[in-house]
Design a protein around this ligand. Sequence first.
Ligand code: ZN
Length: 241
Amino acid sequence: MKIAIISDIHGNLEALETVLSHINKQKVDKIVCLGDIVGYGSNPNECAEIIREKCQLALAGNHDFAAADKTDISYFNPYAKEAVMWTRRKLTPENLEYISNLPLDYYEEERIFVHAIPSNPGSWGYIMSNMEASREFRFFAHKVCFVGHSHSPVVIEYKDNRCKFIRRPEFHFEDDKRYIVNVGSVGQPRDGDPKACYITYDVDSRYVQYYRLKYDLETTQKKIHLAGLPKNLANRLEFGR
Ligand code: ZN
């Protein structure tokens, strides 16, 4: 079985369409979305409708629950806050309801899927350091946990209480190690590469493949300007920051 895993679309329709048409050409058995369907970008409704139709599993991200008024946004930066309020006004009642009801995590066989951290999904914590990663590995016993949230693709390997952060386009799991896989961001990458990011995971061979795809970024930026969203949200896309 092969799974495509996407995350952090953030209302970027051009990036989402590019990624889905690429996934379409591969033989995948299902598509999983790890959340943050909306927030920042100008097409929250379109993205919500596509995710609903194409993904067999979709989870909630902090920006989804922020738009649905289901989580605290006092720690959001001013641009993110402004985008949350804008998104809240734009979402149709159907899409708002869909987003409000997304689950926080999902467990299947040796896999966990969650937007932020498995130990406390609704706290929206980050896994950026060895200490944070070790804490999460101690929380679960599964082979792998797939996450999004930081918008920065990385595989974290764990063995004998030691973590290693590894960045490379493909990865084979070893039998005596466990893993946290950050799948990167479709709609707002922050690792210095502006191209849309997603992964496929082959369940039988335990093989992760990252993909980076160019999309029509100029159109996305134009639409953010036209929507009256903060200019900074358009500018950052071309730097992948
Ligand atoms: Zn996000």
